[in-house]
Design a protein around this ligand. Structure first.
Ligand code: NAP
Length: 327
């Protein structure tokens, strides 16, 4: 008898690829996915997957989702949103999913996608970041603070239970099916004609400041493989950093996604980040500036040597695949 796997957030950038990887895994018999929007699994050619609409804040819906699951994979999260909406959903929703799974006494394993940002943007963090680095999210960025709060809440809930917890900490996920990085570039919000003119006349391209911070990227299919591996592996539970090989520069990201790279002093980013931190009424989107304030490059040796994860795409490959999909 194969595994039944419950997945929250199967309709998201990572969820679609993760369920596709689980569908291809012979050890998995049945997948039950839940998110809020209407969604038809058959449109993705999925044959093992049932989908139900539900909210992770609704304990009854979560109880029903995990009731028959051998493995629960928790992906549902507000990533790009307002601080208030994210605060309302992320911590409470994550606690509900973990508590419901513990109380159901059925699943033996949980997989959760935390993030590199759970380590926080601290100048005294070791580089590269290993899984032993303390989880100290940065309060000035709602997403970083909430990812750290979620990890701490999860640790409390599973402490003293027999649940195996696989805690993945991916860097920025990108690729043709994960365009959020490209969508975050301000010039991509301009009308198509303006983007075409900017593409044809390089001096008109928007500047992309590069203050020398290296960026890790991971392809959505590689994250999906890591998630599916965690559902079935004999490798020990625990935290695993997840990133493709190598790094890209902000200039390379800008060039690939249609901007004009310009060198920028590191102090300029620190000043801007400080302003975002102190000024009232700043939109939550501005808080993402903190992610580029300091290097958050991770060491992925443990995922490679202990988990046996073998990413197919480097950071350069991932950026290339994303850029190619935009043409
Ligand atoms: N993308 C990245 O670069 C990245 C990097 C590191 C870690 N991660 C983590 O990976 C996980 C998945 O990220 P993603 O990029 O796939 O995010 P995403 O594209 O924004 O998808 C989020 C998913 O969560 C669902 N969801 C949100 N609120 C929900 C609620 N209240 N109840 C039920 N479902 C809800 C969404 O569907 P509905 O809106 O229809 O409910 C969607 O399926 C998150 O925990 C994220 O923090 C992402």
């Amino acid at each position: 008898m194969g595994l039944t796997v419950a997945v929250t957030g199967p309709t998201g950038e990572i969820g679609i690829s993760a369920v596709t990887a689980l569908e291809a895994d012979p050890a998995v018999d049945r997948i039950i996915g839940m998110a809020r929007r209407p969604f038809d699994p058959s449109e993705h050619g999925w044959t093992k997957t049932e989908y139900r609409q539900g909210d992770i804040l609704d304990r009854e819906a979560v109880d029903a989702l995990v009731a028959d699951a051998d493995v629960v994979i928790h992906l549902a999260f507000i990533v790009i949103g307002s601080r208030d909406e994210a605060a309302r959903i992320n911590l409470a929703g994550t606690k509900t999913v973990f508590q419901a799974t513990v109380d159901a006494k059925r699943a033996t394993r949980m997989v959760y996608t935390s993030s590199v940002v759970a380590y926080g943007y601290h100048s005294d963090n070791p580089l590269p970041l290993t899984e032993d680095t303390p989880i100290r999210g940065s309060q000035e960025h709602y997403y970083s603070a909430q990812k750290a709060d979620c990890e701490n809440a999860i640790a409390e809930i599973v402490d003293g239970t027999d649940l195996e917890l696989y805690m993945l900490r991916p860097c920025i996920v990108a690729g043709p099916k994960a365009p959020a990085l490209a969508d975050a570039m301000p010039w991509r919000a301009l009308p198509g004609v303006a983007q075409s003119v900017m593409g044809a006349v390089p001096i008109l391209k928007m500047p992309m400041p590069d203050h020398g911070v290296p960026v890790q990227l991971v392809h959505h299919d590689d994250v999906a493989q890591a998630i599916a591996l965690c559902a079935t592996t004999d490798a020990p539970a625990g935290a695993y950093n997840i990133a493709g090989e190598g790094t890209v520069s902000l200039s390379e990201i800008g060039e690939a996604l249609g901007a004009r790279p310009v060198p920028f002093p590191k102090i300029g980013v620190k000043v801007a980040a400080e302003a975002v931190k102190r000024l009232p009424f700043m939109p939550s989107a501005a808080e993402w500036i903190h992610i580029g304030r300091t290097s958050v490059v991770m060491d992925t040796t443990k995922a490679h040597d202990v988990l046996g994860w073998r990413p197919q795409f480097s950071a350069q490959d991932t950026l290339g695949a994303l850029a190619y999909s935009l043409h």
